[in-house]
Design a protein around this ligand. Structure first.
Ligand SMILES: O=C(O)CC1=CCC(=O)O1
Length: 266
């Protein structure tokens, strides 16, 4: 399939769409420093029954960087713009880490559009102001590569890194090849983003998922989010880090399948 790209909010957004066009729409939103390929195994398993959209948020993958200062609302409006461009109305959103904040923000901006949320390894607020500034300053001084190994420890469980060194190296490359402007811009968005007040107003079925070995958004953080969102469910995936879509796509697929069936979203 040829690459698909859309003009959105003054830049271009690279996306992929697969599955039956009349099926329920399931959109995946990525984490910091990753591109849409992290969902490949999940998409392959679900694209017989969902109309699936994956995309690279601005500054990541093959999308443009744009000129606007980044914040979570800008990323959310990019996703809304992409859905409008594709003529997609109501959607289920699965957001990972910063993608989870983007999903929550879209729900806040267009509550009527979102039918359900799957929030993986995320929270309404991630990290603290000084922590993000330290990361931003380190990257400005020396580039993303200096943080590559430390970030792999946050992303991937010790078992994955030990047993799958080539893939670990590949995901490290994905990270360090992210544009510096896009990465730092998204760190700023995370530093300043706080959706805790809005979390209590989310009124759609929500499943919160976390890997037990997630060092970026540890289970307690995700569990707390589940208590803030009315009627949200929480699932812990044992032995997995920050990116269940990479480490255990089969289990993530089963959780999405079960949740969407139980909540009558399919
Ligand atoms: O890079 C990390 O620490 C993991 C992460 C934080 C926000 C996000 O999207 O990924």
């Amino acid at each position: 399939m040829s690459l698909q790209v859309a003009p959105i909010n003054g830049t271009h957004i690279h996306y992929s769409q697969s599955g039956p066009k009349d099926a329920p729409v399931l959109v995946f939103s990525n984490s910091l420093g990753t591109d849409l390929r992290i969902w490949d195994d999940v998409v392959a398993a679900l694209s017989d029954r969902f109309n699936i959209v994956t995309y690279d948020k601005r500054g990541h993958g093959l999308s443009g960087i744009g000129d606007a200062p980044y914040d979570i609302a800008l990323h959310a409006n990019d996703l809304i713009g992409l859905l409008d461009h594709l003529g997609l109305g109501k959607v289920i959103i699965c957001g990972l880490s910063v993608g989870g904040l983007i999903a929550q923000k879209v729900t806040q901006l267009q509550p009527e559009r979102v039918r359900g949320l799957i929030l993986c390894d995320t929270a309404p607020k991630l990290g603290d102001y000084n922590g993000w500034n330290t990361r931003i300053e380190a990257i400005k001084a020396d580039g993303i590569d200096v943080l590559g190994d430390a970030i792999m420890e946050r992303w991937l469980s010790p078992t994955f890194r030990k047993d799958r060194p080539l893939e670990t190296a590949m995901y490290r490359d994905m990270l360090v090849r992210t544009t510096e402007a896009g990465y730092i811009g998204t760190c700023v968005a995370l530093r300043d983003g706080d959706l805790r007040e809005a979390a209590g107003k989310i009124a759609v079925p929500t499943l919160c998922i976390c890997g037990s070995d997630d060092l970026a958004t540890p289970p307690d953080v995700v569990r707390e989010m589940a208590t803030m969102i009315p009627n949200a469910e929480f699932e812990l995936i044992d032995g997995v880090g920050h990116l269940p879509c990479i480490e255990t796509p089969e289990l993530l697929t089963r959780l999405i399948d079960r949740f969407t069936k139980e909540k009558n979203l399919v």
